[in-house]
Each structure stands twice: as C-alpha cells, then as structure tokens.
Design a protein around this ligand. Structure first.
Ligand SMILES: [Zn+2]
Length: 343
C-alpha cells in the first residue's frame, strides 16, 4: 500500500465513518480493496460513489472478474465541495470482463504531479443501468455551425441534439441567432442554457452566479425555449457548492465533463459528458454505451474544416452512431429523455 487509508468519523454520508484516502506528494496512490468470498454479479449495475476531495481529481473504481479481466470506472470529483454522489463512467476495459463474476473492487486515487490529495469516500453503491445503451449529442457555446454543419448531418440520420447557448452572445458574429434557434427547436432540438455570459461561475459570488443562471433561464423561457430551459451546462465544466444549489433551484438536469457509459444517473446536476471527441474516442464511447447499456453524452463546439474534431470527423462519428442504432444496439435521444431515467 502506498499512501494511507483511515476511517473518518467526522465526515460521512451514511454509517459511522467514511474512508479517508490520502496520497502524499511522493506516494503514487492510495487504495481500498475489497475481495468477495463468492463472486458477485454486477452485470446490470452501474457504480456510484459519494466522495469529496480537497482538490479536483478523477479517482478509479476498478472491478476485477475471477480471471483478472477488469473495468476501470472513473468520475471527475471537483475539489472543495461537500460530499456528492458521483455516477462513474467507464474509462478503460481490460480483456473481456465477466461482470456476472466479479471478485474484487478497488477504489484507487493517484496523486500525480507532486501534489498530495485527500479523498473521502462513502457509500459505494450499485445502481441500475438503463434498459438499453443511450447516447445524447450536445453542442456548447451557440456556434452558427450547430445549424450550418451539424443540423443537416443529424437530420439525415433522424437524430436531434441540444444546443447550449449564452443569451449574451445570441446573434453575434459566428453565433446562432433567434431564427436559427427557433428552426432547431421546431425540428426537435433542445435550446438550453450555458449561462448568460460564459463566466467562470466558481469565481463569482452567489448573487452574480444567480444572475448568470436565472438570467439565462428567463431569456430562454421568454423566447419560447421553455423545454430547453430545464437544462444547464456549466461554462468550462466548472462549478462549486453554490452553483450546484442554484442549478437545483432553476434546472432539471445539469451537465459537466467526464466519462461515458454510466448507469442511471443519481446526481442530476453532475451528468458527465465526453468533450469534443475525435472519431476514435467517440467510437469507443458509443461502443461502451452499447456494450454495457450505459449512458454516453458527447458534446462538441464549433465544427469547421480545421476544428478538433473536424466537421467531417463529426459526420463519421454520426454515421457510426447511426449504424449502431439501426442494429438495435442503442438509442439516440434528446437531453430531455434522460430526465425519465434519473434515479
Ligand atoms: Zn462553453
């Protein structure tokens, strides 16, 4: 064992104590392992862990089958918050793991970068997966290419998406205007909130955060986007405790960065998404959704001949998604359909 593990009776979600993992600046990792005398079946289950950390970190929950095949589950834990439940996505599959015969589960924290980290873990739980693989496509920042590039590609496959816009830049150069937004909405897209001005929310006080969040929601409702107004994406994926409280007051679902393939979300205001994936990353994230009945949210920014990924890479990814959907391996749904599968 590197690092250290100790019980902490001061900080708990359930039961008398949490586990405090500390990976020191020179320790590579801290770990808790649990071996089962008889293998357990978690094939229909996702992983949720309640955790807090003194700085932002992506811990692992590693699951090993009886033959040593494994899945690494991961979630980004924002530093400095109180305990939050995090729904863990799938970052890596080693071999062909048999989730009906799991022998060991480990929680591992890697410090890295010469900086110590403290993580408190509590209440590791198995959560039902959805009935089938589920993929959601989203766009941030209200770029005109959502309309000019992505919309025709998605329409060809019969998919809809969400566009998260900042009311402070509607109709600006290179951004979507009201007429494009209305057309996207009429075609089934969710026109949703990315706050008024795309500020770093956790750098703002509560009143300023509320102005950014409530102001964007009001704008959406006032302009006929009531349905999309229920959904929020945190600018830069950044949030703090105040942000989470406001998100809960004004929105049904809120999205942040992270991993693909998680089970039914238990934390409706930290729903993970895969950022601007190239074809290889997106294909893997889509195939994980199909293989594990997981939820995968992909999000993109501007799509041009030079963007990363490019518009043609985006089109290739959507072709793969369409192939998997027409095979019956997964379904492609708008953000609002996630509401019904939140636990
Ligand atoms: Zn953004």
């Amino acid at each position: 064992m590197d690092g250290s593990v100790a019980g902490d009776a001061e900080r708990t979600v359930s039961g008398p104590q949490s586990a405090h993992l500390r990976a020191g600046a020179t320790d590579s990792r801290a770990r808790i392992a649990r071996r089962f005398e008889r293998p357990i079946d978690i094939s229909d289950m996702g992983i949720r862990l309640s955790a807090r950390a003194n700085r932002s970190i992506n811990p692992y929950v590693q699951v090993f089958d009886v033959d040593g095949n494994k899945i690494n589950f991961r979630a980004p834990i924002r530093g400095g918050l109180s305990f939050q439940p995090f729904d863990f996505g799938i970052s890596k599959v080693g071999g062909s793991p048999d989730l009906s015969a799991v022998e060991e589960i480990r929680i591992t924290v890697w410090a890295g970068e010469g900086q110590a980290v403290d993580v408190w873990c509590d209440d590791l739980a198995l959560v039902e997966r959805s009935e089938t693989g589920t993929v959601v496509v989203q766009f941030d920042d209200g770029n005109l290419t959502d309309y000019s590039e992505a919309f025709p590609v998605l329409e060809e496959h019969g998919f809809t998406a969400s566009t998260f816009v900042c009311p402070g830049s509607i109709g600006a150069d290179g951004k979507l205007g009201l007429s494009e937004l209305s057309e996207l909405r009429d075609a089934g897209w969710d026109v949703a909130s990315h706050t008024v001005d795309h500020e770093h929310l956790s750098a703002l006080d509560e009143a300023a955060q509320e102005a950014q969040i409530a102001g964007a929601k009001d704008w959406l409702v006032d302009h006929g986007f009531e349905r999309g107004a229920e959904y929020l994406v945190y600018p830069f994926g950044e949030y703090d405790q105040t942000t989470l409280n406001l998100a809960d007051r004004y929105h049904e679902l809120s999205f942040a960065g992270g991993y693909p393939g998680y089970g039914r979300p238990t934390n409706r205001h930290v729903i993970q998404r895969v950022s601007s994936p190239d074809v290889e990353t997106a294909t893997r994230a889509i195939d994980i959704a199909a293989a594990y009945d997981g939820i995968t949210v992909l999000f993109y920014h501007q799509l041009t001949a030079n963007s990363e990924p490019t518009r043609s890479a985006f089109a290739s990814t959507m072709s793969h998604l369409a192939d998997r959907e027409s095979n019956g391996d997964l379904r492609v749904v708008p953000a609002r359909d996630l509401e019904s599968i939140v636990v």
